[in-house]
Design a protein around this ligand. Structure first.
Ligand code: PLP
Length: 388
């Protein structure tokens, strides 16, 4: 069966160039990067090259990069690494669970947490951040781009508020990195998380930018890896792949490939809206990363549409992969003011570097037809249609 994958915010395929860069490190170049002999030195050099590439993508220096096991660990390290009982943290209602649940855990340990609302477009108001500041505020953690809607947050303004108040600022850049230009100096953050598998590197590797001079408590205790910020033998193939993916992402952004991606996404979005009534974009009117659109198709269940499309070869999602299958509607869409029924009727389409015009044609041929078929099965929809 012909299959098209438009769920790149869940995970992306490893690019062939990335896989080729990783390959030797599963075989002949197997050394432990902490060993002082030839094998160790060879892998150490590869890890440090990768660190340079990731630093270049984020606009920082190589020693400011800590390699981790992915976005979840990076988020947890930034939060738990700085906050202790009695401290206050400010975050938002649309964060990934890697941030929200880390903050919830801190609350159980005696921290105070303020969770800020968003408006109907999914945007945080920086003034709310300023108003939430307290005498004991230690950290602000607000994401760069939301994983479900793609909405980009006003993080430079939030960064300025944090700087003026001399409070640490972490941003989850997992869905923004490689899709838009990220410069930690411009953002004014003290920490920024990225994840390999969202940028066409492997699953199980990521990084945290930690600003020079900011001490962070490690999550793991052990050896002095990663300048004592993350103990454990490095995942060398994963790190090498992340470095190569960062290089390719930087080259693509320098070529303005993001504009082509946005054009493809817009064609998909407009094509769907032209052929499906009672549907709309969640986050419309807000700045968004170029690869994501989240659309509510009223009178259907999102899960049913995901299954119907999958049976025809199109992979999309109802939102965060980890909550797919759960009955609760997306916390992000609910925070934006959608009712539970409309939130459950929403679908995320997310493009990757491999996505083509033909993929969009395929989706455009399927989505209106599947929505129409599901609606004929929906008692609410048919009742409304009859009464019109
Ligand atoms: N943060 C955001 C915004 C995400 O979208 C994800 C994954 O979906 C994560 C964090 C977690 O990243 P990882 O899957 O690498 O642990």
């Amino acid at each position: 069966m012909h299959r098209v994958y438009l769920d790149n915010n869940a995970t992306t395929p490893v690019l062939p160039e990335v896989f080729e860069a990783m390959r030797p490190f599963f075989g002949e170049r197997f050394g432990n990067a902490s060993s002082i002999h030839h094998h160790g030195q060879e892998t150490r050099a590869a890890v440090e090259d990768a660190r340079e590439s990731v630093a270049e993508l984020l606009g920082c220096t190589a020693p400011e990069i800590v390699f981790t096991s992915g976005g979840t660990e990076s988020d947890n390290l930034a939060i738990a690494g700085w906050v202790a009982a009695g401290d206050h943290v400010i975050t938002s209602s649309i964060e990934h669970h890697a941030v929200l649940h880390a903050c919830k855990h801190l609350e159980e340990l005696g921290c105070e947490v303020s969770i800020l609302p968003v408006d109907g477009r999914g945007l945080i108001n920086p003034e709310d951040v300023r108003r939430a500041l307290r005498r004991n505020t230690k950290l602000i953690s607000v994401m760069m781009a939301n994983n479900e809607t793609g909405v980009l947050q006003p993080i430079e303004e939030i960064g300025k508020i944090a700087r003026d108040a001399q409070i640490l600022f972490h941003t989850d850049g997992v869905q923004a990195a490689a899709k838009v230009r990220v410069n930690v100096g411009q953002i004014g953050c003290d920490a920024l998380s990225i994840s390999g598998h969202k940028i066409h590197a492997a699953q199980g590797v990521g990084a945290l930018y930690v600003k020079k001079g900011t001490r962070i408590q490690p999550l793991f205790h052990g050896g002095r890896h990663e300048r004592s910020r993350r103990a454990g033998t490095e995942n060398v193939p994963g790190i090498v792949g992340l470095g190569r993916a960062a290089q390719l992402a930087k080259e693509a952004l320098d070529r303005d490939d993001d504009e082509q991606m946005a054009a493809l996404r817009d064609r998909l979005e407009q094509g769907i809206l032209a052929h499906v009534n009672e549907a709309g974009v969640n986050g419309e009117g807000a700045p968004r990363i170029p690869n994501t659109t989240n659309i509510h198709f009223d009178h259907i269940q999102g899960e049913s549409l995901v299954i119907a499309l999958d049976l025809k070869g199109l992979a999309v999602s109802t939102g965060a992969a980890c909550s797919s299958g759960a009955i609760e509607p997306s916390h992000v869409l609910i925070a934006m003011g959608l009712g539970p029924v409309q939130a459950r009727a929403s679908i995320r389409f997310s493009l990757g570097k491999q996505s083509s015009q033909a993929d969009i044609d395929f989706a455009l041929a399927l989505v209106p037809e599947c929505v129409a078929r599901l609606r004929t099965l929906s008692p609410r929809y048919t009742k409304q249609a009859v009464s019109l």
